[in-house]
Design a protein around this ligand. Structure first.
Ligand SMILES: [Ca+2]
Length: 313
């Protein structure tokens, strides 16, 4: 398999943190070219800080972290402290990072990197609202054809929504950006709630993180314990859904996931359904497929991979 050379675009977020840790623990399959932060779960000042805390937790202060857009394209920022806590990374107490934030804007880093690397070699992995990616496409339309692919967490079909009855958080926060990305012509793989709500940290899976006996294992156990309170109460589920790690796990073990190549359009007009991913799962329209929309995963295989990889850090 050709190694994935990725830019992680993120709004940490406990599940973002685990996604980043999984990528940094998997150098055979994944090379992280940089991490770009965006406003989402919490404001940008916290997401860029949290991204650096996670790199240091992984023992990788050499990773370059960039701050990007601090608000969606055409709407006020919606955040999710009710899920992630005040810091966005509540649970473990992680020290303030000593590694610097890069001076360059995240959008310019994305553009420069995609232009500088060989065509077809860079994959974007958005784990938050798609603002940075859309702004990069608007500013530099040439980069879309140079990407290998985009693998993102966002949207829902059968699970419909989590931030509103009709929309998933990442897409709802910046639907205009999502529309640009889904219309970009780039090969897109989507990890919607339909998949991520099956990646649940049960008691047994949480204990496996803690049993690693490492600082990373303990931190991930504490993050998922904090994160699960919300979903347990809301859905009555047995634990926290690890949304974003589905993206990085897919790069390592695509065989754990199944989905359909279908058309996905983004609702940007209706306030009632703003940010809904209108996914043509049953192929009832003649619209051209533009995304590999995942529907299922092997949850036990996913957690076995995650635990095995986190043990390396
Ligand atoms: Ca996220």
């Amino acid at each position: 398999m050709q190694k994935h050379r990725i830019i992680i675009d993120t709004d940490p977020g406990q599940d973002d943190a685990v996604a980043i840790l999984l990528a940094l623990a998997s150098p055979e399959e994944i090379e992280v070219l940089g991490i770009t932060a965006v406003a989402g779960n919490v404001p940008l000042a916290l997401t860029q800080l949290n991204a650096r805390k996670v790199c240091e937790l992984a023992g990788r202060p050499d990773i370059k972290v960039f701050a990007g857009c601090d608000r969606p394209l055409g709407r006020p920022l919606v955040t999710a402290e009710h899920v992630h806590g005040k810091t966005g990374l509540d649970g473990p107490v992680l020290p303030d990072p000593r590694m610097p934030l890069q001076d360059q804007h995240a959008v310019d880093f994305i553009i420069d990197t995609v232009r500088a690397e060989p065509a077809g070699s860079v994959t974007l992995c958005p784990l938050g609202p798609l603002t940075n990616i859309a702004v990069a496409f608007e500013k530099a339309p040439d980069i879309a054809t140079r990407l290998r692919e985009i693998v993102l967490m966002g949207g829902a079909y059968f699970e419909v929504g989590n931030i509103t009855p009709a929309a998933e958080f990442n897409i709802h926060v910046d639907p205009q950006a999502a529309k640009i990305v889904f219309g970009s012509g780039v090969q897109i793989t989507v990890m919607p709630l339909d998949v991520t709500h099956k990646a649940l940290v049960t008691q047994r899976r949480n204990e496996a993180f803690r049993a690693l006996g490492t600082r990373v294992g303990e931190a991930v156990a504490q993050m998922t314990e904090f994160f699960e309170r919300y979903d347990k109460e809301k859905y009555g589920s047995p634990g926290a859904p690890l949304h974003d790690p589905c993206v990085t796990a897919y790069l390592i073990r695509p065989d754990l996931f199944t989905g359909r190549h279908i058309n996905v359009e983004i609702e940007t007009q209706s306030e009632l359904t703003m940010g809904m991913t209108v996914a043509d799962w049953w192929r009832v329209t003649g619209r051209q497929p533009n995304a590999l929309f995942m529907g299922d995963l092997d949850a036990d295989g996913f957690f076995a991979l995650l635990t095995e990889r986190l043990a390396r850090l």
